[in-house]
Write a protein that binds this ligand. Structure first.
Ligand SMILES: *[C@@H]1O[C@H](CO)[C@@H](O)[C@H](O)[C@H]1NC(C)=O
Ligand SMILES: *[C@@H]1O[C@H](CO)[C@@H](O)[C@H](O)[C@H]1NC(C)=O
Ligand SMILES: *[C@@H]1O[C@H](CO)[C@@H](O)[C@H](O)[C@H]1NC(C)=O
Ligand SMILES: *[C@@H]1O[C@H](CO)[C@@H](O)[C@H](O)[C@H]1NC(C)=O
Ligand SMILES: *[C@@H]1O[C@H](CO)[C@@H](O)[C@H](O)[C@H]1NC(C)=O
Ligand SMILES: *[C@@H]1O[C@H](CO)[C@@H](O)[C@H](O)[C@H]1NC(C)=O
Ligand SMILES: *[C@@H]1O[C@H](CO)[C@@H](O)[C@H](O)[C@H]1NC(C)=O
Length: 715
């Protein structure tokens, strides 16, 4: 008997080791498959379940039971990438290039991927901020898509990145400074975008290949570029004259600031004694000013005088330069730099064996400012019509679905209007917000539709998506996905149902999810979205107690009227940051404050304002904030309904985060990405400690939740 049992156990173990793929990988691939519209060419793939590794799904490679590569280039795929790629923790290679996948690149990307190629697709929108966390990336290719807006400051941690290709997109604005931190970058392709501004932040990089052709970069071509073997910079608005002294406080480019002229690369093609020699002298002096940053202000004065003198002399010289341009298409300065200038679609092929770069001097496109270049340096981006992804509903359809907006269908009253539950004939349940026309200055339909279009593009697992709208008969309605397990406010303050009480882990999880939603709004979206009404009543919970933030982007419907809309202010009372209460100024940092208040609600189980309490305890922040660093007071403040079931360390870390968020000075409050990181760390520590205590208890025994997180446990 015993031997049989053992044998069966061993067989089960062996087969599970051999055949099974990690279940989170299977789920993630299933979501990817459905998001790609279940294409038949993905042989063996399934929308749910299955064994990608054991059953050799098309394009999948594994190591053990973990999926390590997805290679589906040129497979005729369409659809989107879905929102589960972040679960593919072991994925190293993701190649979906040369397909027709659309929509924005999701925030949820595989965290440990080293090779990522999404080139030649139809991705639109901006870069998700999550790229900033992908420190293992060595190759990133997003070329030939329709990505647009400014490239975010997301490169600070990408120390391994060696090839970066953003070419043939619609990126605009200036380059972010964090480009200068890409210490291992050797190839950079930015050609054929609408980028503008200077390129100085690239000077410290040890680049082999740089292609920035056909943009609208301006300023002077940095001298450092002359040492890049494969340089293509045609079709920009670079100035041709001598480089002027840089502004006195520009920090020196990282790496090797040049102090004297002797360090500059030998000029290969420049004739001696030509105007270029003079330029070098000036450049040398200018960088000298850079080094002397300590004496910056003295230099500033000198520089201004110097610049004035130069200006006067330039007026004379400019004429000569113009003559040169006419005669050989380029100034002799560029000639000296040995620049490969090609016209339109250029890719560097000759990476090796070109010690002396060839100067192929085709004239640059004469008309640099083609009419299609809609993006100006500042913000003509607004005019960009974003495609509408939300569905248009008729009033009649919504009336039927909500039983004529009956009292029975009323879910609640949010900012800007009442919310009704809508049940459609096809069985789908949605939530409909009837925008109160008194709350919104009745806007042009265009403006409303613009706002709807922007809101419908907010996609994050912790944000309730806007799926539809209606603008008939002077009505303004918004249709959202329905999240049915009540609001955080109800669960914390009105739930008698003990089964629904939130344990400590659930509270941390809710805080983290809500923080991620705000991080997305503030730091991923461009321009960033300020929520303006973050409170526990706007955090809805699903069956698994995942938080979903409502009313995202809706503040744009009531521009500059927050103070007048009395219901809203009353509704958010207790959550408002001091700067808003005092001066009506509301920024992302005011959202951070409100987030801190909601964390306080989670910790104490108290409402932000509670007139039934003693005077000193009516305002939650005023009462709690001074005690957040005191462990004894904390244990008295904590929600009694937790019955002491929380790890003391976790509680005090939670309190530390709150203290940062509810600081009266907005500038001291952390950005949401930092809050997210701290909450992630808090959770990781807790799960490590739990695993450790699990091992101590023996593997066979699974401790129930409340025993794992008993008070005074050791983490
Ligand atoms: C998307 O791909 C599938 C399968 O390859 C195909 O049947 C479908 O027609 C495509 N849809 C569009 C809109 O191209
Ligand atoms: C993947 O990255 C996560 C952090 O995002 C890390 O905890 C994990 O160990 C990594 N996994 C592998 C297989 O590298
Ligand atoms: C990026 O991907 C596209 C499409 O696969 C390809 O044509 C291009 O050469 C790639 N760029 C680099 C730098 O590898
Ligand atoms: C790419 O997406 C846009 C909408 O974002 C669509 O209009 C266009 O037809 C798509 N291009 C291709 C080649 O599918
Ligand atoms: C830098 O890039 C090279 C390839 O260009 C690679 O071999 C090397 O490992 C990278 N270094 C780091 C620190 O990632
Ligand atoms: C290019 O940049 C210059 C300023 O550097 C600006 O005057 C011009 O309008 C820009 N052109 C386009 C098409 O964006
Ligand atoms: C991208 O820019 C091109 C040319 O400038 C333009 O034709 C196209 O409509 C733009 N696409 C998007 C999605 O902005």
């Amino acid at each position: 008997m015993a031997t049989w049992a053992t044998l069966i156990a061993i067989l089960a173990l062996v087969s599970s080791v051999r055949a099974n793929t990690d279940s989170s990988d299977v789920q993630a691939l299933g979501v990817l498959y459905t998001s790609l519209n279940s294409p038949p060419q993905l042989i063996n793939w399934a929308p749910s379940g299955g064994d990608p590794c054991g059953n050799s799904w098309k394009g999948i490679s594994c190591s053990g039971s973990a999926v390590t590569a997805i290679q589906l280039s040129g497979m005729g795929l369409n659809g989107t990438l879905g929102y589960r790629l972040s679960d593919l923790a072991s994925l190293k290679t993701l190649d979906l290039s040369d397909n027709n996948i659309h929509d924005s690149i999701p925030y949820q990307l595989p965290p440990n991927v080293t090779y990522l190629n999404l080139g030649k697709n139809n991705f639109s929108g901006n870069l998700p901020y999550s790229f900033s966390q992908m420190g293992s990336l060595t190759y990133l290719n997003l070329s030939h898509n329709s990505l647009f807006q400014q490239i975010g400051d997301i490169f600070g941690n990408l120390k391994s990145l060696s090839e970066l290709d953003f070419s043939f997109n619609n990126f605009s604005g200036s380059l972010p400074n964090s480009f200068s931190l890409l210490s291992n970058l050797s190839s950079l392709y930015l050609e054929n975008n609408q980028l503008s501004g200077p390129v100085n932040m690239l000077t410290g990089l040890a680049l082999n290949t740089l292609n920035i052709a056909n943009n609208n970069f301006s300023g002077w071509i940095p001298q450092e570029f002359s040492s890049i073997p494969n340089l293509i910079i045609g079709g920009n608005s670079f100035a041709n004259g001598p480089a002027p002294p840089p502004p006195p406080f520009t920090p020196p480019p990282p790496g090797k600031p040049r102090t004297t002229q002797s360090n500059s690369p030998p000029s290969k093609n420049g004739p001696e004694g030509s105007p270029t020699t003079r330029e070098e002298k000036k450049q040398g002096l200018a960088t000298g000013a850079l080094i002397g940053i300590v004496a910056g202000s003295v230099f500033a004065a000198l520089c201004i005088i110097f610049a004035l003198v130069l200006c006067l002399r330039n007026v004379k010289r400019r004429k000569n330069d113009d003559d040169d341009d006419v005669s050989n298409g380029r100034s002799d300065r560029m000639d000296r730099l040995a620049i490969t200038v090609e016209g339109e679609t250029n890719k560097v092929t000759n990476v090796e064996g070109s010690e002396t770069p060839v100067a192929t001097l085709k004239p640059p496109p004469i008309e640099k400012q083609t009419p299609e270049r809609v993006f100006g340096k500042t913000g003509s981006i607004k005019k960009q019509k974003v495609p509408m992804t939300a569905t248009s509903y008729t009033v009649a359809a919504l009336q039927v679905a909500t039983n004529s907006f009956s009292q029975d269908s009323l879910l609640g009253e949010g900012s800007l209007g009442r919310v009704y539950k809508a049940e459609f004939p096809n069985g789908k349940t949605l939530a409909v917000k009837k925008v109160d026309s008194a709350a919104v200055s009745l806007q042009e339909e265009d403006i409303f539709l613009d706002a709807v279009s922007n809101m419908s593009r907010l996609r994050h697992p912790n944000i309730i998506p806007l799926v539809g709208y209606c603008v008939e008969h002077g009505q303004r309605l918004l249709v959202y996905e329905y999240v049915g397990n009540g609001t955080l406010h109800e669960v914390l303050h009105f739930s008698d149902d003990t089964g629904k009480r939130l344990n400590w882990n659930a509270r941390v999880k809710i805080a983290l999810g809500a923080a991620r939603a705000l991080e997305y709004l503030h730091e991923v979206c461009l321009p960033s979205v300020v929520h303006r009404n973050f409170k526990s009543a706007n955090v809805l919970l699903d069956e698994e107690l995942n938080p979903h933030l409502s009313d995202c982007g809706i503040a744009s419907l009531a521009p500059n009227t927050e103070r007048q809309v009395s219901t809203e202010v009353v509704g958010s009372f207790g959550y408002s940051a001091p700067e808003f209460a005092m001066s009506g100024i509301y920024t992302v940092k005011s959202d951070v404050y409100s987030f801190g208040v909601v964390m306080l609600e989670l910790l104490t189980g108290r409402k932000p304002l509670d007139s039934s309490r003693s005077r000193a305890e009516q305002s939650l922040v005023r009462w709690a904030a001074p005690q957040l660093h005191d462990i004894d007071s904390l244990s008295k403040m904590v929600d009694p309904s937790l019955n002491g079931m929380y790890p003391a360390k976790s509680l005090s870390r939670f309190a530390d985060i709150i203290a940062l968020c509810v600081q009266p000075e907005p500038e001291f409050r952390p950005p949401m990405s930092e809050v997210v990181q701290q909450l992630v760390r808090l959770m990781q520590r807790a799960s490590i400690a739990r695993r450790r205590s699990g091992e101590e208890l023996g593997l066979s025994y699974r401790a129930p939740e409340h025993e794992q997180i008993a008070p005074e446990s050791s983490f």
